[in-house]
Design a protein around this ligand. Sequence first.
Ligand code: FAD
Length: 1014
Amino acid sequence: MDPQRQRIEEDLRGIVSGEVLCDDASRALYATDASLFEVWPLAIVRPRTAEDVAATVRWAAEQRIPVHPRGAGSSLSGDSLGRGIVIDCGRFLRRIVQTGATTVRVQPGVVGAQLEEHLGRLGRTFGPDPSNARVTTLGGMIGRNASGSRFLRHGAVRGRIVAAQVVLADGSIVDLVAAAPTAPADRSAEGLNAGGSALACSHLAAGMSALLEQSRWIIAQAQPASRYSHGGYQLNDLKRDGRIDLPRLLCGSAGTLGIVTEATLATVPADNATAVALLLFDSLEKAAEAVLKLAPLGPSACDLFDKRHLTLARSSKVAFDVLIPAVADAGLLIEFTSATVREASDRLDQSLVLMQGAKGLCLDIRRAEDARDAAFFWELSREVVSTLHGVRGASRPVPFVEDIVVPPAALPDFLRRLQGVLKKSGATAMLFGHACHGQLHVRPYADPREPAERLRLERLAESLYAEVVAVGGTIGGEQGLGLSRTAFFEKFFPELAGVFVSVKRLFDPLGILNPGKITRATTQPSAASSFRSSLAAVPELRSEGAPEGSSEVRMGSLAPARLLPVLNWSESQLIDEVDACNGCGACRSQSSATRMCPRYRENPAEESSPRAKANLIAGFLSGDIEIQSLSSEAVRAIADTCFNCHQCRIECAAGVDIPAMVLELKAAQVAANSLGFTPWLLSRVDTLSAIGGACAPLANRAIASPRARWLMEKMLGIAQGRKLPPFTGNRLMRWASRRGLTRPSRRSGPRVLYFLDTYARRHDPMLAQAFVSVLERNGIGVFIDPRQVASGMPMVSEGDVNGARKLARTNVRVLAEAVRLGYRIVCTEPSAVTCITHDYPLFVDDDDMARVVAATCDASTFLWELHREGRLRLDFHPVPGRILYHAPCHVRAAGGARPAEHLLRLIPELSVEAADRGCSGMAGTFGLARDRYRASLRVGLGLVTAMRGAGIEAGATECSACRIQMEQGTTKPTVHPVKLLAKAYRSLEGFGGVAAQGLDSLLTASSGRLTTSE
Ligand SMILES: Cc1cc2nc3c(=O)[nH]c(=O)nc-3n(C[C@H](O)[C@H](O)[C@H](O)COP(=O)(O)OP(=O)(O)OC[C@H]3O[C@@H](n4cnc5c(N)ncnc54)[C@H](O)[C@@H]3O)c2cc1C
């Protein structure tokens, strides 16, 4: 760390109670947001209190270092990026402070969706609904004056803000309210402190009042009331009842006037009823014409989609393919709201009659018949916009031009002009907009890595903005001016930009509050010059002749000069994967509607988010972070926040393979430092279990003895509190051999190679027996090849690629042979499936790899497929009981369906409740380690609590680690669904095992020994 940052860190740590981060790894995580820009901050402060923010600002003002408030960092225009100190309000300031009858007081880090959930329980709503409400923070929404599809109904944040506690540029904490202007008072810090907030408000109100008066004509011209939203500071409606509404001014000010530390927001009754329809058109022009007809009817939402958007939707979901005809070139999603369902429905019908009456206007109309339909139609606005972020490839729709507001009446004219500009520039673009209030998002296809493309984007923006101005519009209405548009705004609205400079000077004479946004900083780079640089560095790296592709990791060898991929991808492929993460921050979601990143949920800090890993790798690839930092504590801690659950990979709109990147990162760390003792031990859990099994009575006594457990924690790092599964003696393979299962099956018809995992083999052989019995019951030949070895997943999780590769090579040889003989590879352990299908191809080169991957699945998927083909026997006996089923992350990663739940529902008298409580938090061996035990319990708390629910007799899940967690907090057992199927078939009895009385017998034997006599 350079001396300047060292000093900053020491100084700031002395004055704030929150966190201060100055290391390169942490800076890399805050150098980007959802925009194309990359600006490295000097330091990051994560305040715990308003006083922390104030102390930081005071110190920064003395040092003339800028500060940049940040929420979720999801701005599309680089609004929260800067070279000074980033103040991350999203980490600790997350409290809903007070809820009144018509207002709510929040800290800035409260997430939009979290607030709506809270208010929803009281029948109220805040209202403004940006499409990324699951991640955006209230501080960011105020900074951005966020709004969304329902702008017509709820407006933007500025319409709902009542008061705000802010830290001003001199570090004073002030309660900002609408204030009457008085004569300017003493603005020194002492003066303000003496008079307190009221004095500060009056002073600012007086300054603003004078400014508004001086600039009356400029404002009236450049911010007409006929335009719904405005770029930059919105000044046209601040003066009301002789007061200046200062909290309103804050909205959309991008943290350039003050940093919000608390805000009071007005709430309104939640909408009772809505009615939704999707209108389809054969041209954008006709859609625009329809907008003009619909607007007077007062819809609550009216979102416009272009052809590309509709095509993307059709390709993302079959249901959209059925819903939207291929000939549709444009669509409008309209919604009407009312007090009753009947009224909302009538209003919608009225609008549809109007549309049908206009001959040749609509191509088709789809009316949502119920709430499910409506939610599905809304996905077009909510989900498909995120999918835009997921479009991969060098050239893709980029958020640079993005944010345009035109008077709604000018929409048809503007759309023609837009097409003209695109045609002239030889560009294509995607268009999405909130049409009734003239808010449009235009995303041209471009490759921002190419310097020439950057220039082209700037020229395109300039031509387009000229047309916007020509129709009386503005830029930066919803997503701000930020680094993308501040310079353009100054060019197209020089007089108003001059007024903005005066506003900025009034609040922030030193220019330390997020400079360069809304008003230009003194040394403002050209808008495109600070595009993400890591990506531009690729050719340079390649021209050095870097070895591409997989290389063996050499433990303890000299560290290479930069991060070289050890997995089966070239440097440029790795960079493409990193590049596919556009920083939208959807992986910061804590919504119960997703299972996105359990680690972030447990510890909502930027480094826990999946995008942090992509940013970190980008830093290493570009050389911005020195390779020596790989061994640093900060990098280790960041890599450690991923426990390989794969939920980010499947829920990310762009499908960015964060687990593979983390494996790359951990492998590089292992190469530089070798594994620590506990990770090494846990990554060899199969060997440990084999040893335990060899001396089962002794080992079982040890894991049951508090003293021995204490010793194990101290010496081996295995958490004393963790309930460990007993050892059953390594006799499964002998049993399999005696039953002839260790030889290829001689049965004709479908055949399965059962890939054994450690748990079934060493701890729960009855599961293996149950699976074999179910397969045989259905006439399937079973082969347990004795040459197979453990999957190696624990090694993958710890980054020991060399160790995992050795196991993988053996397994791939064995499995490929079976696949050639027509076997399916089936595992009862879902993580083994992930390991074979996702991880092996990353580090094993084998011609048969693709075939092995295609043939591998988990037991429930295999049996459900059998059922769907009508080949699963359904002669189940009743199993009376009530169980809680938990879908493990690795089953979701394999395809998202819940085959086990469906199978269990086939069993008579078995009542199945789906848990839907997110990840269990066990993540293989993660939850066994002393240092991770508590984190594991915190992640799994929801599931463990659900297990304790009254009436639940037992749990069921496919994953052995989840089973350990589900049994941790209760006395109720948890079993693999296959055991319940075997029980329902009574097929285990044939193995000399469990009798058929009820659920109990099977459950008490849940982790039981072999059921046959040996
Ligand atoms: C997929 C996607 C969809 C989006 N959809 C919409 C949409 O529908 N509508 C919309 O309006 N925007 C949308 N956005 C843009 C953006 O995410 C939102 O504007 C959002 O409100 C920003 O919130 P944030 O918490 O991420 O703030 P950040 O991006 O971190 O910050 C935004 C601005 O607020 C300032 N700020 C943050 N905290 C504070 C604070 N405590 N005090 C003062 N200033 C502060 C920052 O300095 C910055 O200028 C979208 C973005 C994405 C990636």
